[in-house]
Design a protein around this ligand. Structure first.
Ligand SMILES: [Zn+2]
Length: 86
């Protein structure tokens, strides 16, 4: 069984590429039977930020981004191969 429980998309963090739907479609094409969606939780401490995030830091921004990810992920649950990790 091909499984991944870690994924990112450029849609929700700056150190990944592609939008989440394309990432999921590609994972399915590659034969993943279980594919976890695991974008970053909103972070509020400077020490938890990635270097590319330091200058755009805003807890409100990260919260909005994560909420957007949750809404999109819920729409992807229709695919039985997709699970969401928090
Ligand atoms: Zn990451």
């Amino acid at each position: 069984m091909v499984v991944s429980l870690h994924s990112h998309s450029g849609q929700y963090c700056k150190h990944a590429k592609g939008n989440l739907e394309d990432v999921v479609k590609r994972a399915i094409e590659k034969g993943f039977e279980i594919y976890g969606l695991s974008e970053h939780m909103p972070r509020y401490r400077d020490c938890d930020l990635y270097p590319e995030e330091v200058f755009s830091f805003s807890f409100l921004f990260f919260s909005f981004l994560f909420f957007s990810f949750l809404l999109f992920s819920i729409s992807m649950i229709k695919n039985e191969n997709v699970i969401i990790l928090f």
